[in-house]
Write a protein that binds this ligand. Structure first.
Ligand SMILES: [Zn+2]
Ligand SMILES: [Zn+2]
Length: 298
């Protein structure tokens, strides 16, 4: 069982690395395995939980890596690389791009290309993952459909960025390190909780931003799409659930716009700004925000 899981994960990692070179049918089959495996592992881990309480090391590995790789995705992949919501010291870029790579959500520049295509065509025919084609499609189905990220079209800038290119090309290495580390700390159960279960949680929470946050929640701003603010996903996805705010002001660094909108990613960006490690933190001008709010109620 253990060997089988490890072999399948290795295949999933290779698929993510070479996705644009595989035949579509093979790609779909392998991606399906890559999505199902962490879920199967999660069920297995919960079954183990019934047999014996989870140890503090497994819990610490799960939570620590969930937060680290989650912030890698939200702060590194999304707000920094994709939307340029702030400028950062090269070391900060590298750390968060590497942590984002560990989440097994694909290569940085592919991720950014899919996401910029989503913003350019939100809930339109060209949107890679609109729930107008069904919630399952928006959640994971879209990943199996289209292997070709339009890197040249949407990510010319990132293709010139040496740190982004480095993270993009070395993704496999970071995924392997992200799995090896919990294994070295706590053996098989460490790999299970700090590796597979953590990947399942991080990925499905991120997928939920694409599915749940375009279907369920409030719309304080009038946008040309179905984006919603959803506090549950906001909490689980480190502030990414304030998705209607984000679609209204895509380059805004802090997606939580009031003190009640909990946005841990925004808090970390503010902390890094205090430390002088990031700067030019972008936020919309107050009159622009009021104008958009007013439009929503007009
Ligand atoms: Zn969206
Ligand atoms: Zn975005």
């Amino acid at each position: 069982m253990k060997v089988a899981l490890i072999v399948i994960v290795a295949v999933a990692i290779l698929v993510k690395a070479f996705e644009h070179r595989l035949p579509p049918a093979l790609y779909r089959a392998l991606v399906t395995i890559g999505i199902l495996l962490p879920l199967v592992a999660t069920v297995y881990a919960i079954w183990l939980l019934w047999q014996d309480l989870i140890g503090w090391r497994e819990l610490a590995l799960f939570l620590g890596l969930y937060v680290a790789t989650g912030l890698g995705t939200t702060l590194g992949y999304h707000r920094l690389a994709t939307h340029r919501s702030f400028d950062a010291h090269p070391a900060v870029k590298l750390v968060f791009y590497v942590l984002g790579s560990m989440a097994l959500q694909g290569r940085l520049i592919n991720w950014a290309a899919y996401h910029l295509k989503h913003h350019a065509n939100s809930d339109g025919p060209e949107d890679p993952h609109s729930p107008l084609e069904g919630l399952f499609h928006a959640h994971v189905g879209w990943i199996m459909r289209t292997p070709a990220a339009e890197r040249e079209r949407y990510c010319k800038r990132l293709l010139q960025d040496r740190i982004a290119l480095f993270a993009d090309r070395t993704m496999i290495l970071w995924v392997v390190i992200g799995l090896a580390f919990p294994y070295l700390v706590a053996g098989w159960t460490g790999l299970l909780w700090g590796g597979f279960v953590r990947i399942a949680f991080t990925n499905h929470v991120t997928f939920a931003v694409n599915s749940i946050c375009h279907r369920f929640g409030s719309r304080p701003f009038e946008t040309n799409d179905e984006s919603r603010n959803n506090w549950v996903i906001g909490a689980l996805a480190f502030g990414e659930g304030w998705h209607n705010n984000h679609h209204a002001f895509p380059s805004m660094a802090c997606h939580g716009m009031t003190w009640r909108q909990f946005d841990p990613t925004g808090l970390v960006i503010r902390l890094l700004a205090r430390l002088g490690l990031v700067w030019n933190v972008r936020s919309p001008a107050a009159p622009a925000v009021e104008r958009r709010r007013h439009e929503a109620f007009a």
